[in-house]
Design a protein around this ligand. Sequence first.
Ligand code: PLP
Length: 460
Amino acid sequence: MTGEPWSTGFARGADGVVSVAGVDVHTLAATHGTPAYVLDEADLRSRARSYRRAFETAFAEIGAGVDVYYAGKAFLSVAVARWVHEEGLRVDTATGGELAVALRAGIPGADIGLHGNNKSDDEIARALEAGVGRIIVDSLVEIDRVADAASVDHPAPVMVRVTTGVHAGGHEYISTAHEDQKFGLSIAVPSHFHYGDLVLGSAEADSPAMQGLLKVLSRPELKLLGIHSHIGSQILDPSGFEVAARAVLTLRAELAKKTGVLVEEIDLGGGYGIAYLPGEVALDPDRIAKDIASSVASSAHDLGTPLPRFSIEPGRAIVGPAGMTLYTVGTVKPVRVDKASVRTYVSIDGGMSDNIRPALYGAQYHAELVGRLSDEPTVLARVVGKHCESGDIVVHEVQVPSDVRAGDLLAVAATGAYGRSMASNYNHVPRPPVVSVADGQSRVLVRRETEDDLLALDQG
Ligand SMILES: *Cc1c(COP(=O)(O)O)cnc(C)c1O
């Protein structure tokens, strides 16, 4: 929304000390220790509201309804599930564990979705028992598995996840005719091709996606809600959504022609991009909602089909910018990179166990000293963790004051999504707490893990 990666409650005082929602970082560090994830509640709630309002408004203008599901995998705790639900969002889960958190938060089953490409029988049974509003099925095998667990009297509400050949993320999207990834059922018709002496597929065959939809319709234990498509993450170019939506609406029209069944709902997935670095501009929910709405309206018009209800599933865009990670600097080491340059390695008290994204995806982050003022010139630094791995890098390149030293508080911006949720215990490091701040108060949402927690798992 702005060009800043920090939450809206982030403010630097005249003394250089940063506070978030009125709580200064020294108080946060003294109360909760470091490293700690700090979540700005008002910021998170306002992003949830913005997405819901933007899509409701834009889709109302084309005469369609829309539901916003918060993608819980980005970060889910009982409090966060409640906040987003209070702001009018539903909650998507992808495992039994995420489902358990949503249920403990008191989210009604009808407002919960269950994803996953390999749900266990137990996960399916628990979802049905909870009365989830939808199970997104991912393969032909799974369609039977869910149908077998449901009954004709209580049919399971399902959506079929399809892949459209559109892959998006970063600034551009690519569109391919084929799919080589684990999720969903492809809408591309398998063409006539040779494999040794075998001839597989034919031009007349149904696409895997169509086969999945027909299979759902053939099982009376299932209620076909609609079609689901998720094209990627950290998307900053709206055209990928539009191309994918058109492909899904076309599939819906083809199914109607074949069977007379016009499914009621289309889910367009998540992936709305945020700012990680200063100067980066996040997708604006009002603009993207308008773009998608006008594009689906014209697609449906071209196809001659009435508009379905829509749903979207933002995760990162709701929680990512609301969070930062607060660390304490432990060591500072200048390393000569070549004749002309030196890089300052700044080691913090966490690392790849609390933020795996730089190591996993080469993700870029921004860091600042937040505990004091410095008038010193800046130096090129690399923020690294405490793990036994040279790839344990949290921020590849950032300018920090040259007097950076042990004891300094350093914050990394926009770590609310896929930080704690992807955290590990590598090197037997206990995972940091998630602390929320609002109106000058902090509170622990998820407590810090202890060595006792870890040792309790070890059966000797
Ligand atoms: C990961 C995921 C999302 C959320 O993606 P964000 O980039 O966090 O918005 C939504 N839907 C599905 C199916 C996903 O796998």
